[in-house]
Design a protein around this ligand. Structure first.
Ligand SMILES: Nc1ncnc2c1ncn2[C@@H]1O[C@H](COP(=O)(O)OP(=O)(O)OP(=O)(O)O)[C@@H](O)[C@H]1O
Length: 476
């Protein structure tokens, strides 16, 4: 028996949906408040799909979603939302909701289809689809990394007609991700147009975006369509959006608000249905605070924000990327030794995947095509800093030495006393733990030149834990 859960304070909605799905043979449970939701017996009663309204009188839908996903991670959640809360619905998708549906429901068959889809949704099949799309867009990442979670969110928002803002350092793959969004969207058969707002002058950018009439300016010898027109029902990717001039920002805002624009030199109003994906390697919110970027445009673009992590924060992806980039160079048969891969993983990659790609191409070109690439073949920038591999070094020096000494002392102690005091032993283990962890943290701090945030990140611990290990009293 399929079990559905509906959480909505509007009783009529609950009754209507309950009737609709009961007729299909499903068992439907309706709750009208957060309190009723929390009183459900999630431990003994499994739900297949939960439809959750974002606004309940006594709590918000996101808390209900968190509760549900903690107790029943396999239950698919469909968020019901009004237009004003679409942004929160997208947040909900980041928290694990499968989809959202706008209320009031214009077409009930769409809701029915969404629920059916979720019920038929097979995880393995779904992952295959996402992987294939990623591969087709040239996007490589490891499994269960920060990128795979990001891709899952990107896949979900791709299905919607919302604007997307992608932030990430230069070369992290913002354009690649925007291609993935396009390919995963219902617009995939329409054009994908990419334009770098930082690479051209203001007047040229305006005419590239909106087109121009013949004679609109010197050199405009014929009428030309702009990218908004060429993109049609497809996707327009605007890279380095923070570099658009104030005048262009005003025009973009107008297009996003009204979906209308005019070619340069024309008074004819044209309509666009293109989806906008904007990207920036600068933090756009900070650009707003500095007065460099319009706040209203920022909010229009930032319906969904995807942050691509820098390559140095996802080094686990490097071996796969090396393989992919080697293949892209037409040299799939070439291999990198373990030491070579380790060397590449220890570098910080300020230019991210673009820089990695250049290093791979250069290395492949300069080495004999028969040989395995070794660490010495890889030339990194002159002033590069290779990050020591904390784990290896820690095991060799920091853990081994105190452990040997401790073991020796323990054995000598036992030989003298001829008896074992377990309480003493446990307290010795605690002491050893604190000595070793403090040494590791100090080592990490040395390697990050005192940068506590970076040290904590490398050791996969919180700042609070780092302060605790360093015996700083006030570590909260
Ligand atoms: N996940 C990835 N898998 C494989 N290749 C990637 C990935 N991400 C980026 N690349 C490659 O890295 C290079 C830079 O990617 P892209 O142009 O998308 O970065 P970007 O963030 O848009 O850069 P910029 O900020 O400079 O515009 C390209 O050659 C791209 O193919």
């Amino acid at each position: 028996m399929i079990n559905l859960l509906i959480a909505d304070d509007e009783k009529e909605v609950g009754t209507f949906l309950s009737r609709l799905f009961t007729l299909k043979g499903y068992h439907v449970q309706v709750v009208n408040s957060g309190q009723q939701f929390y009183e459900l017996d999630f431990h003994n009663h499994h739900f297949h799909v939960a439809m959750i309204d974002l606004k309940l009188p006594d709590c918000d839908g996101l808390s209900l979603l968190r509760h549900l996903k903690t107790l029943q991670p396999r239950c698919k959640a469909l968020i019901m939302t009004g237009y004003s809360t679409i942004k929160t619905a997208v947040e909900a998708m980041k928290l694990g909701a499968s989809d959202y549906m706008e209320k009031p429901f214009d077409d009930i068959s769409v809701l029915e289809a969404q629920v059916e889809n979720l019920l038929n949704h097979c995880t393995a099949q779904h992952q295959q689809v996402v992987h294939k799309l990623a591969h087709d867009s040239g996007l490589i990442m490891g499994e269960r990394t920060s990128m795979s979670a990001l891709l899952e969110t990107a896949y979900k928002v791709a299905q919607k007609s919302v604007n997307v803002l992608i932030e990430g350092e230069t070369g992290t793959g913002k354009e690649v991700l925007s291609r993935f969004i396009h390919l995963a969207s219902p617009r995939s058969h329409e054009p994908f147009i990419a334009l770098n707002c930082g690479a051209i002058s203001e007047s040229l950018l305006e005419s590239e975006l909106f087109g121009h009439e013949k004679g609109a300016f010197t050199g405009a010898t014929q009428q030309r369509k702009g990218f908004f027109e060429i993109a049609g029902n497809g996707t327009l990717f605007l890279d380095e959006i923070a570099d658009a001039s104030p005048a262009i920002q005003v025009k973009l805002l107008r297009v996003l608000e009204t979906r209308e624009f005019m070619r340069v030199g024309s008074s004819q109003i044209l309509h666009t249905n293109a989806r906008l994906v904007a990207a920036s390697n600068e933090n756009l919110q900070q650009a707003v605070m500095k007065g460099k970027f319009r706040e209203d445009l920022y909010y229009r673009l930032n319906v969904v924000k995807l942050d691509i992590p820098a390559l140095r924060h996802r080094k686990a992806d490097i071996p796969l990327l090396i393989e992919h980039l080697t293949e892209r160079n037409g040299q799939a048969n070439r291999t990198f030794s373990d030491c070579a891969i380790e060397k590449l993983q220890r570098y910080d990659w300020p230019g991210n995947i673009r820089e990695l790609s250049n290093v791979i191409t250069r290395t492949l070109t300069l080495t004999d095509s028969e040989q395995t690439i070794i660490a010495e073949d890889i030339v990194l920038p002159n002033n590069h800093v290779l990050q020591p591999n904390i784990e290896t070094k820690a095991v060799q020096t920091i853990i081994n030495d105190p452990l040997t000494e401790w073991r020796k002392r323990l054995v000598e102690d036992f030989q003298q006393k001829k008896e074992m005091d377990l309480t003493d032993l446990l307290s010795e283990i605690k002491k050893l733990e604190s000595i070793v962890s403090k040494e590791i943290v100090l080592q990490a701090l040395q390697q990050t030149y005192g940068n506590r945030n970076e040290a904590a990140k490398r050791l996969h611990i919180s700042m609070r834990k780092l302060r605790y290990i360093l015996n700083e009293k006030n570590h909260s």
